[in-house]
Design a protein around this ligand. Structure first.
Ligand SMILES: [Mn+2]
Length: 310
């Protein structure tokens, strides 16, 4: 399927592959989700919402689209979970080889398996940061290692470093795979006002972020297949992403599991805004937003739910 439009309706000159620093690959696969279906409709809802974004970011005083965002053809492969994995892996590799900053939008979380692998094969000592309500560490589920419940199993075994953030749902069997020193459970984050710095301290220089949108609290992001209570709020999410972008070299990311709800655009608009914020932080990270850390933390304490109330 060929995308005629540019991301967010940006001018054609900033949407061409040759000049773009950023590539966005939409992936519509929703073959293995188990509760509410509809993540296949995520990419189109996200792209529609993005057309209504303001392209100037107040916080970073930047217009990140001028770095160039190439909207790649949507991956609509759905023959099997393995075929999806292979296609995503090949496409991601292709754009990494062109020195692009590769981003993907799902689709369910299994679409991340190939994207993560392409990145950890390319970058030595890469950290995978998984922001997610679910551990996703099953070796196989419903007959496939490429099921969304297995999205991070491969990374847990083969990537150099996996850090899990916001986890609040898992199967007991996943305990044997999980590295507890690198997991930030939601109920513990609530009591640890230093969780962001603690997590960043565990990261190597190069970082890939896989962001399952169900990590967010359902009150701000209801549009997902398995909405788990007790998730991340908007400003603490932005604070954490901004800190990673400033303190580490983020080499790519994916956002997955948007499952649009008919009659409301809250979730897809949040997803579009989050995507654009992540790019703004990434490409403004080394200039405009270097500021006084102490002052920033004072402000964020007032609005971050996962910080101590004292
Ligand atoms: Mn997940």
């Amino acid at each position: 399927m060929s995308n005629q439009k540019t991301f967010g309706g940006i001018p054609e000159e900033f949407g061409q592959l040759a000049k773009a620093k950023i590539v966005l690959i939409p992936v519509t696969y929703d073959g293995t989700s188990t509760y509410q279906k509809g993540a296949d409709k995520g990419p189109n809802a996200f792209l529609d919402a993005a057309e209504n974004l303001e392209l100037y970011d107040i916080e970073t005083d930047s217009e990140v689209y001028k770095e160039g965002i190439y909207l790649a053809d949507t991956i609509t492969e759905d023959a099997s979970p393995e075929a999806v994995y292979q296609t995503v892996y090949n496409k991601t590799k292709e754009y990494i080889a062109k020195n692009k900053f590769v981003t993907l939008f799902g689709g369910e979380h299994s679409i991340s398996i190939g994207a993560i692998k392409a990145h950890y094969e390319h970058y030595d000592n890469l950290t995978i940061v998984q922001i997610d309500a679910h551990a996703d560490l099953r070796k196989s589920y419903q007959g496939s290692p490429y099921n969304h419940a297995c999205a991070l199993y491969d990374a847990s075994q083969n990537a150099d470093n996996l850090i899990q953030i916001g986890i609040r749902s898992m199967d007991k069997s996943e305990k044997t795979v999980m590295d507890y020193d690198k997991v930030f459970f939601a109920h513990e984050m609530l009591l640890n006002e230093d969780w962001m710095e603690d997590a960043i301290d565990l990261m190597t220089d190069d970082v890939y972020i896989t962001f399952d949108l169900d990590a967010l609290d359902p009150s701000i992001f209801p549009g997902t297949g398995t909405p788990e209570p007790g998730g991340l709020m908007w400003y603490e999410t932005l604070e954490f992403i901004q800190k990673i972008m400033k303190e580490r070299n983020v080499v790519g990311f994916d956002l997955v599991e948007l499952c649009p709800i008919e009659g409301t655009k809250v979730s897809e608009f949040l997803a579009a805004k989050l995507y654009y914020k992540m790019l703004s932080y990434k490409f403004a990270a080394n200039d405009e937003i270097i500021d006084d850390d102490d002052e920033e933390e004072d402000n964020s304490n007032k609005i971050a739910k996962f910080k101590s109330n004292e």
